[in-house]
Structure formats: structure tokens, C-alpha cells
Design a protein around this ligand. Structure first.
Ligand SMILES: Nc1nc2c(ncn2[C@@H]2O[C@H](COP(=O)(O)OP(=O)(O)OP(=O)(O)O)[C@@H](O)[C@H]2O)c(=O)[nH]1
Ligand SMILES: [Mg+2]
Ligand SMILES: [Zn+2]
Length: 296
């Protein structure tokens, strides 16, 4: 690599122009080289890239190369996510456990570490304890906060250090509150469901990475309601959101057992709760139906 090349990370992209945070912490503007268009690669927020001077004073750099991605989310469009905080309120609104399980499937598929963050535990402490038990027994990391409790500084550093972190969850669970209490920043919109999105219109979702605690926080609307058959997962991926079921893989009579009541299925040995098993089966059915539709 010549001296003129610098490496950094795309933190923002608007109308074909990109903001890139270089390794020294400074930010510059760049446009992609034409070669990306030919290869059908669209530089995306979260991409690690190299840039070189363009000679154009308005946009002084060009993006020369994009590093291979760990993962890529299409909507919102963001690359290389390490951790997804899934905010779940114990009540007001009632927890949407289907959304939670779907997000857990998506995380498994994309090699994202999920962190289940229970909010409003002051409003329903017993329910919070049950949720905490159900999901930590299943093998997930679960933390909880209330109106006046926050995680320790050490724990927050552990979550963010070296990681790119998104926040997801249904409307009203406390994502903005959480984000504000973490960062002190008010203008961040993490996971907000905009009115237009609620009405189902396609809008350009603005995504931005903010440096935070030696990592990045992803600021984006979206991440909030997901149709299981429209998030790019396959039938086989559903089980990956259920570590309990993965733990018994190969022990049922049939190697390809889907734990739907087949002969010799040992699902009861997995320790999965009835409610999670029901959601697993529902998602599996939807995915099987939808894969048939696509096969036609
Ligand atoms: N009692 C209690 N209320 C909370 C807690 N966290 C947030 N709230 C309240 O819940 C309401 C919704 O919080 P927001 O942070 O706006 O929720 P959001 O997830 O950003 O919602 P959207 O932007 O609609 O997606 C606010 O009135 C908060 O004050 C908590 O831990 N305990
Ligand atoms: Mg909000
Ligand atoms: Zn089985």
C-alpha cells in the first residue's frame, strides 16, 4: 500500500458522499471510485475502507477499497455490527417476545452477539425476574435497568469496547431513554420507529455511527418490527435462535428432526419453555410456507 492510502471506517453516507473516520480519529469526506458501481458493491455505513486523495477540493478523498464484511444488514443498511442490544420492557408496553425471538434468530444468522436489556423493571419486578430466568437459562446474556438504576461503568465498557453496537426494540420500551442515559446525547434516534415507517412507507433511513467508549453506537431508526420471512433468513436458520434446541441436536431419533412432534423427538430434554417452543414452531411453519411460495 502506498503512503497516500489511509484506512478508516464509514460513519455516515448521504447522497453518494461518505463521511469516514480515519484511524487517527479525524473525519474526512469521500466518494467511491467508479469501480464499485461495476462490481455492484455499495459502500455502506460500518464498512472498513481505505481512501486516497482525490485532488478535488470539495470532496478530497476517494474510497479505494472496502474490507470484507463480517455481516450486512439490509434495512437499516449497516455493515459490521458486533452487538445488538435488544431492549424489552417488562410492561407498558407488554413485552413483544415474538419480536425478541426473531431478533435473536437474526443475530445468530449474522454472527451478532445479542444482549437482552430488560427495561422498566421498577414497574414489574417479578415479571422481570421471570424473563431474566427464561432467557438466561436459554443461554443469552440478560441485563436489566429501572427508572433509577444503570449498569456499572465497567459493564458498559465491556459492552462497547472495540464493538459496534446497535439498539433495537419495539416502540416505547425505553431505547431513547437508555441511549440518553448511556451517552448523554439527545439527538440520537436509536431504533425509533418513525411515523412514516409505521405507515409502511419506504423512507430512506439515515444511519450514523457515533464513537462511544472505544466502540461505536449505531444511530438508526428501524430495527423495530420485523416480518420473520422478510429478514433474509432461511428455514434452517430458525433453530439458531434457540440454543436450547441446538443443545439436543442429533439426539432425536431422526437426524433432521425439526422438533415439531416427530416420532422419537426429545425436545422435552432441551429445557426449552413451552412459550419459546411455540414461537419456534410458529416461525418454522411460516418459513416453510414462505419457502414453498418462493420455490413455485
Ligand atoms: N418506569 C420506567 N419508565 C421508563 C424506563 N425507561 C424508559 N421509561 C419511560 O418509557 C417511555 C418511553 O421511553 P422512550 O425512551 O421514549 O422509548 P423508545 O423505545 O425510544 O420509543 P420509540 O422512540 O417510540 O421507539 C418514556 O416515558 C420513558 O420515561 C424505566 O426504566 N422505568
Ligand atoms: Mg425513541
Ligand atoms: Zn426433535
Amino acid at each position: 500500500m502506498s503512503d497516500e492510502h489511509l484506512s478508516g471506517r464509514i460513519t455516515k453516507g448521504i447522497g453518494g458522499g461518505y463521511t469516514i473516520m480515519l484511524d487517527d480519529g479525524s473525519s474526512i469526506l469521500a466518494t467511491p471510485r467508479g469501480v464499485f458501481r461495476n462490481r455492484k458493491v455499495v459502500p455502506t455505513v460500518g464498512d472498513f475502507c481505505t481512501v486516497a486523495p482525490s485532488g478535488d477540493p470539495d470532496i478530497p478523498y476517494v474510497i479505494e477499497s472496502i474490507a470484507e464484511r463480517k455481516n450486512l444488514l439490509i434495512r437499516p443498511s449497516v455493515a459490521n455490527i458486533d452487538v445488538l442490544i435488544i431492549a424489552v420492557s417488562t410492561c407498558d408496553p407488554e413485552p413483544d417476545l415474538k419480536l425478541l425471538d426473531k431478533l435473536l434468530i437474526l443475530c445468530a444468522k449474522l454472527s451478532i452477539d445479542p444482549l437482552i436489556w430488560l427495561t422498566k423493571i421498577d414497574l414489574a419486578p417479578e415479571k422481570a425476574a421471570l424473563l431474566e430466568k427464561e432467557y438466561s437459562d436459554a443461554g443469552f446474556c440478560v441485563v436489566g435497568t429501572s427508572k433509577d438504576s444503570m449498569l456499572s461503568d465497567e459493564k458498559i465498557n465491556e459492552i462497547f469496547r472495540g464493538h459496534t453496537v446497535g439498539i433495537a426494540g419495539q416502540s416505547g420500551v425505553g431505547k431513547s431513554t437508555l441511549c440518553h442515559r448511556l451517552t448523554g446525547m439527545d439527538h440520537i434516534e436509536v431504533g425509533n420507529i418513525s411515523e412514516r415507517l409505521k405507515r409502511g412507507k419506504h423512507t430512506t433511513r439515515h444511519v450514523e455511527l457515533f464513537p462511544f467508549r472505544e466502540g461505536f453506537l449505531i444511530d438508526t431508526p428501524g430495527f423495530s418490527s420485523l416480518e420473520i420471512d422478510r429478514i433474509g433468513i432461511e428455514v434452517e436458520d430458525v433453530v439458531r435462535g434457540y440454543p436450547e434446541l441446538l443443545s439436543i441436536s442429533g439426539t432425536c431419533r431422526f437426524q433432521d428432526c425439526r422438533h415439531k412432534g416427530e416420532l422419537g423427538c426429545r425436545v422435552e430434554e432441551s429445557g426449552i419453555t413451552d412459550a419459546r417452543l411455540a414461537r419456534y414452531r410458529e416461525f418454522l411453519d411460516i418459513m416453510i410456507e414462505s419457502s414453498k411460495r418462493y420455490a413455485k
